[in-house]
Design a protein around this ligand. Sequence first.
Ligand code: ADP
Length: 501
Amino acid sequence: MIKKVLVANRGEIAVRIIRSCREMDIRTVAVYSDADRRALHVLYADEAFHIGPSPSADSYLNIDNIIKAARLSGADAIHPGYGFLSENADFSQRCKKEGIIFIGPSPSAISMMGDKITARKTMLKAGVPVVPGTDDRITSDEQAVKVIKETGFPVMIKASAGGGGKGMRLVSREADIRSALRSARSEAKTAFGDDSVFIEKYIESPHHIEFQILADSHGNIVQLFERECSIQRRHQKIIEETPSPILNPEMRKKMGDDAITAARAVDYEGAGTVEFIVDRDRNYYFLEMNTRLQVEHPITERVVGVDLVKEQINIANGKPLRLRQKELKQHGHAIEFRVYAEDPENNFMPAPGVVTHIDIPYGVGVRVDGSIYEGFEIPLYYDPLIAKLIVWGKDRKDALERSRRALKEFKIAGVRNNLLFLGGILRSEGFVKGEYTTHYIDENRDILMKNEKCEDHCEDIVIITAFMEYLQKVKKASPKEMTAIKNNWKDYSRVRSVLKL
Ligand code: ADP
């Protein structure tokens, strides 16, 4: 039985995992880099080990140091969270070799699903529909031109090792094939150390719909229904909801069954997600399987009534699943909003900095998973996701109304963030009607930006944020002065007196 878990991650997901461990009376060990000395996950864990300098290659991806921390702390299991080492088969293998339980699937399942070409082949064999395209890696430009002409434009050139929207290029005409191949390959080589690419038909106006699965070591697999993830910017999700506004019970059942088939084809064990792309005619195709916990897992937890981290730990302990497929139901509707420290007006560029003020929404049906607090400096080294707002309602309308209230109450100052942009999407006509595809943000950018209007004390927050930034950067106000200003920011004359104006 697992008694102590080392969480090989940071940010909101590390905090979230620690919370479930606490509820299970399992001790927790955090690891951290230079930049994360004061990070929330470090404060939350029972113990914390420094594992290296700020760049993730030297810390959160440093397998030797993480294993050393596990040894020193006496942790008997490692939870990898998402990103970093979560889908690294070598890491899972290394844990096995060291006698430490890896809370996740086997190294072979990770490898098979981590390589998109191998995954495609495995799914074809298992009878799960895949996007029409090549079954093997592309070996030359000439071959690519030939295949693309046969498939018909538009196509996607995709890196086999790809992830996070990287190594993917849309090609709509012959003249662009060679340059797209070159750039997809070089991006993949830099990001993943593997420049293998393959070709897929480009699905026009698609939906991205994924299914959560859980599989134990006794051959039991259940699916916990779908998540609609079509609200994306730069091929990355920012709002997810469940149930999907476009699925009917028959399609849900069919896709859920295929998700189980996909998991069974690789002897899957643990929590995983099978991603599908759905075309205009509601044909669906396997896109990939993520062999880990997803960022958007809380909406499933809310609607199905399950703690996925606890289930992962239960499975890692070798216990049979406690859930039965026929007992699983979707209750109400849940939506997740990903809050990023980024600038929507500047092509969503990450915007690190010090959080000077934060108002977290509370109340009925609201959950916030976050990793920031007032005074915390968001490092520039990592993904700028800083919090997730998860809202539940008895139906979609109820969830939308509650989301509007909760998003309005959510305020972060000191760093640029996408809260107002998320509010703009939430109020937009297509989203309200549940009529949107993966192109929604790109196609409605102007409207969504205009929707980004300031409301009541939000406006003050924006002004004070700009003002505090100015003071920090230009005038180098002391921390004491900053605190005095923050405490008095509604009183202009007192702010003037603090600044001796
Ligand atoms: P990654 O592993 O980088 O996340 P995915 O294969 O999961 O890449 O695709 C990410 C997103 O890219 C999808 O949600 C979808 O919006 C878009 N996409 C991927 N493949 C296709 C395709 N064949 N046609 C249209 N859009 C696609």
